[in-house]
Design a protein around this ligand. Sequence first.
Ligand SMILES: C[S@@+](CC[C@H](N)C(=O)[O-])C[C@H]1O[C@@H](n2cnc3c(N)ncnc32)[C@H](O)[C@@H]1O
Length: 447
Amino acid sequence: METIADSEYSVYIADLALRDKIAYRAARKNMQIHSAIVLKINNELSGFFTYELNHEAKEFCLLQSAMEPDKKDIKIYSLMIDKIIEQNTYGYPMIMTVSRKHELEKPSVFHDRGFETYLVKNDFEYMVYGELSQIRLKLLSHITLTNLWKTTKGEWLKIKKEWNKQIEEKGEKYNIENPRYATREGCWQGESGFSNVVLSKQKVENGKIETDKSKSLNSNASVLDPVACEVILRMFMPTKGARVYNPFGGGVQMGFVTGANGYEYLATEIRQNQVDVNNAICQDFYNTKWIKADSSKYKPKQKYDLIFSCPPYYRVEKYVDYDGMPPEGELNHLDSYDVFIKRLFEGYEKAIDVMNENTFFIVMVGDSRDKKGAYHGMEAEHELFFKNKGLYIYNKIVYLESEFTRRAQAKKTLHYRKFPKSEQKIYAFYKGDMKKIKELYPNIGRL
Ligand SMILES: C[S@@+](CC[C@H](N)C(=O)[O-])C[C@H]1O[C@@H](n2cnc3c(N)ncnc32)[C@H](O)[C@@H]1O
């Protein structure tokens, strides 16, 4: 039946749902607007399976199911699943949340009918019948869900590993050493390289204690997290969007993820060495490119559907070119924070000018301390700057990092009452009519 409430089975479904207890939601009014099949054995009502066909989100959601207690049987239950699969004549992904503790509605049963698990949360498995690519946005939504992005959790790390592997493979293909950190070795300069010291390895050789710095330095460079890049790209690119601009290019990650997803990418980056390695790694992608330019002066020639930027955080890192020196115009080696922030915002202004209407400007930003130990206030300044430019402050996301090195730092800094910073902000600023967001951005479907 297309709508349970209009059918002769609505009371039966509600009654069994309530007796079953786990499927109780099928008795609710807002669930009875959906569809269902009922199971009859020897003409006796013996069970049901409800589902929702969502044409807007282009998905088929399996909702609740139950069987009469004395008729529970996995083989017959599986026939109900097959019957439900037959109802999906649209080729939509079919999604279902099952519990490892349920007698019938459990992962192994659905797995045998061709479903695949795309996410595990406690005892629940989120499964799909169809292509994993069809539910990618849903998966990314599940791993973020609120404005606290916990980037050290299993699911996040699994996706990160997949991206890193792809980047490493391209690096190997095009002979780029250390592709994820290329040109950024040893760039971290915060706390006198404190976490470099914590992470570096010692060895005793020829009666001397030596420090092996070769590996430890990489891990502190602020290269972007490809998972954050993918979430940002998928969430904030309009359905009809095609192009991303990044005024402070940096590492390869955002461009890589954008190119691999089939979108165009332009980044301005002041260091030729970074431009060259990134372009080499991404040469297989369509129109994914970095150009050497000072973004406070450069104005892109096209309009963009998404602006993304992860700017320098004043004096946290040192950015050098082939000659080992910061190039002319590089923001982080400017003499004062005030000049730095002025130039940074000039770069943003140029980018705001090329935003299409109803699009986002995403900034991943942290704060840093001045020589005396006070924060500059860079995050707050971002909010005010964009607000004054007429954009809306639409999201303030906390990107939570691994606390491992921060805990070590705390042993020193807490004596000064300084809590080590283990998060960064991701701001989503919006230009246009906020009412249009639901209509202009991809439908996530049921979560
Ligand atoms: C902090 S990185 C940010 C991290 C970066 N998102 C990444 O994944 O590597 C910022 C980048 O801005 C670049 N930069 C500094 N001043 C610039 C300027 N005036 N124009 C363009 N890029 C600049 C630096 O060379 C650096 O690569």
